[in-house]
Design a protein around this ligand. Structure first.
Ligand code: UDP
Length: 326
């Protein structure tokens, strides 16, 4: 039996593949390589270059491999871009996921681990955010993920699809062999490290007038190794006959943009120039998880909650791979 990993050549998917393989799991990857990197995938792993909305290729994969479960990482993930281009977010993240699900369910593949997001909550009404918090996304990206959550719930009711939807707060950090390489890069930590490397002049702080202690937005940063661990535990949960679940993944503390920059200065030993820029559309002031359910239901136990350790791992990867995967 094999696990189909969509987006296995991407940032989080490639680390999950690394960990699945280390555990002796058989993996098949589907990735369009629009954002993923072929170099992020070991050549021994069956790899299909294609689109999750292409039923023919999914049917081929399900036909050629004994697919037991799917981990679905493929998505467009930029909050700001989704505000400007909602059509491609709904098309890629919702419509194509529906097509993927239909082929899987038709092929009797009924275990699904979904990459959801803290963006399904929108501006928080209370902190930390647990799974009962109201959901009112403030970006098309968040809506696209919330729509898939609803689809999964309906597919469980109708077709007995069992899923775990993992709502990542802010994924970051690197393993020894896999790191963050987006084009264009929009995420805070890699952009700060580019400034430390001299690849850009400064880092823009998007808003210093938020209702937070230092005025900059607070996020709950989680190391991708810990995120990946949650996927393996979700798979175990489904294999044990566990119920479908929505699960928040974060460390429960949170760091402001200024705190992340300060930590990066300390780790890199470099001066990092900052400029104040307007708030970015679709950004809530504060997103911090209550991950009690992840601990209780999945047995999740994050190993790298400190921002310094996260940045250290990312800095090591960026220093060894100054041009990313190229
Ligand atoms: N951010 C920033 N400058 C940047 C990129 C991001 O101030 O160049 C802020 C962003 O507004 C948010 C936080 O850093 O408050 C984390 O943003 P990121 O894009 O890394 O992740 P997101 O929260 O969008 O998932």
């Amino acid at each position: 039996m094999a696990i189909l990993v969509t987006g296995g050549a991407g940032y989080i998917g490639s680390v999950a593949v690394e960990h699945l393989c280390k555990q002796g799991e058989r993996v098949v990857i589907l990735d369009s390589l629009v954002y993923g990197h072929r170099q992020a995938v070991d050549s021994s792993i069956p790899f299909y270059e294609g689109d999750i909305g292409d039923k023919t290729i999914i049917e081929k994969i399900v036909g050629e491999h004994e697919i037991e479960a799917c981990m679905h990482f493929s998505a467009f993930t930029s909050v700001g871009d989704s505000v400007k281009n909602p059509n491609i977010y709904y098309e890629n993240n919702v419509v194509k996921t529906l097509k993927l699900l239909d082929v899987l369910v038709g092929g009797n593949v009924k275990r699904f681990v979904f990459s959801s997001t803290a963006a399904v909550f929108g501006e928080p009404q209370r902190i930390p955010i647990d799974e009962t918090h109201p959901q009112n996304p403030n970006s098309p990206y968040g809506w696209s993920k919330l729509m898939v959550e609803q689809i999964l719930h309906s597919y469980d009711t109708a077709y007995n699809l069992k899923f775990v939807a993992l709502r990542y707060f802010n994924a970051c950090g690197a393993s020894d062999s896999h790191g963050e390489d987006h084009d264009p890069e929009t995420h805070l930590i890699p952009l700060i490290l580019f400034a430390a490397q001299g690849k850009r002049d400064s880092i823009a702080i998007f808003g210093d007038d938020y209702p937070t202690p230092d005025g900059t937005a607070i996020r709950d940063y989680i190391h991708i190794a810990d995120l990946s661990q949650a996927h393996l535990l979700a798979l175990k949960h489904l294999r044990n006959g566990g119920a479908s679940e929505f699960v928040n993944l974060g460390n429960g503390g949170g760091y402001s943009v200024r705190e992340v920059i300060a930590a990066a200065k300390k780790i890199t030993g470099k001066e990092i120039e900052t400029i104040i820029a307007p708030r970015r559309a679709g950004d809530p002031s504060r997103l911090v998880a209550d991950a009690k359910k992840a601990r209780e239901v999945l047995g999740w136990n994050p190993q790298f909650p400190e921002i310094e350790k996260i940045i250290e791992s990312a800095w090591k990867w960026h220093s060894l791979n100054p041009n990313g995967y190229e």
